[in-house]
Design a protein around this ligand. Structure first.
Ligand code: A3P
Length: 345
């Protein structure tokens, strides 16, 4: 009996020992690869001499830990408040465009230590019922942050909804507005693909893209089709310009954010007056996903959900040509107003 127990104990110790050695080897390998990757985020004093604020990394980690505990119910609201954490109205909003890459932009900006994202789309300004709940309701939907940090939210429906510019203006007339756009025809097809997936899930029948985008009676582009209308960026922007000067907008090239995210993010950092903190270390290309993914630190990295980057259906090339021709003059106007020329056909 005693012999059996000793053998069992020896076996357990052997397993534990191999586990410990394995973990050690893994850590050594990770640290080794980290050296090669040359992390640029410093451990302390995350803002340099040009920066406006200091966020020691340990404080940020503590903040995350505390909020985790808070969510689990192990930490009181008072404890969170004791750490000077507040729920702030957004200083910048990604107002659109749907399927432009709004989620990728929000997640990538959240890599910056001074940015805190609202994870969910809040739909405060475009939904009358939510708007009626008042600005305090909206503020309470925001994540906890340090006063020196900025909160960003994204709700792509804002860009195309009539009432939104005035409502946002009433909240903060100097807010910064981010618009991420993609080549209009590709965006329309992406929009269609998302709706199609929803219909298929519900076993509903749906028309082909060609049938929706082209009016069968006139053989012209169907401007009543929402996916087409949303891609006429200049029309929507003109409504916004009745409330905000163009300097308060920044246009992000959504096509470039897919292939070369860092320079696009650096432009946004500049626009938001943030010190440059997002680096190549934070972004790595994942060949399986076919997209850039996010690396927050040595332990935590993530790719966007599978619903981002759907395979588009094949569309009749003559329809694509027709749509591109249709969007062309609107695109020219958009470049002229925004001062950003994009390489769209
Ligand atoms: P597709 O699904 O058409 O490829 P939104 O978040 O506004 O709905 O935009 C979705 C689009 O973001 C996707 O469109 C995808 O191409 C694009 N995107 C940009 N960067 C991405 C990334 N790093 N990972 C996944 N999708 C990304």
């Amino acid at each position: 009996m005693l012999f059996k127990q000793q053998a069992w104990l020896r076996q357990k110790l052997l397993v534990l020992g191999s586990l410990a050695v394995g973990s050690l080897l893994y850590l050594v390998a990770r640290v080794g690869s980290l050296d090669r990757l040359q992390p640029i985020c410093p451990v302390e004093g995350r803002f340099g001499a040009r920066g406006q604020a200091e966020f020691p990394l340990r404080a940020l980690q503590f903040k995350r830990g505390l909020l985790h505990e808070f969510r689990k119910g192990n930490s009181s609201k008072e404890q969170v408040h004791l750490q000077d954490l507040v729920q702030q109205l957004p200083k910048a909003i990604i107002i659109g465009v749907r399927k432009g890459g709004t989620r990728a932009l929000l997640e990538m900006l959240n890599l910056h230590p001074a940015v805190v994202k609202a994870s969910q789309e809040i739909h405060f300004f475009d939904n009358d019922d939510n708007y009626a709940k008042g600005i305090e309701w909206y503020r309470k939907k925001m994540p906890f942050s340090y006063p020196q940090q900025i909160t960003i939210e994204k709700s792509p429906a804002y860009f195309i909804t009539e009432e939104v510019p005035e409502r946002i203006y009433k909240m903060n007339s100097s807010i910064k507005l981010l618009i991420i756009v993609r080549e209009p025809t590709t965006r329309a097809i992406s929009d269609y693909t998302q709706v199609l997936e929803g219909k298929e899930r519900k076993n509903k029948t749906y028309y082909k893209f060609e049938k929706l985008a082209i009016d069968p009676n006139t053989c012209e582009v169907n401007t009543k089709y929402k996916a087409v209308r949303t891609s006429i960026y200049t029309k929507h922007l003109e409504r916004w310009l009745k409330y905000f000067p163009i300097e308060q907008f920044h246009i992000v090239d959504g096509d470039r954010l897919i292939t070369e995210p860092l320079p696009e993010l650096q432009l946004v950092e500049k626009f938001l007056n943030l010190p440059p903190r997002i680096s190549q270390y934070n972004l790595y290309f994942n060949a399986t996903r076919g997209f850039y993914c996010l690396r927050f630190n040595i332990i935590f990295n993530k790719c966007l959900a599978g619903s981002k980057g759907r395979i588009h259906p094949e569309v009749d090339p003559s329809v694509i040509t027709k749509l591109r021709k249709f969007f062309h003059p609107f695109n020219q106007k958009f470049y002229q107003i925004t001062g950003r020329t994009l390489n769209w056909p």
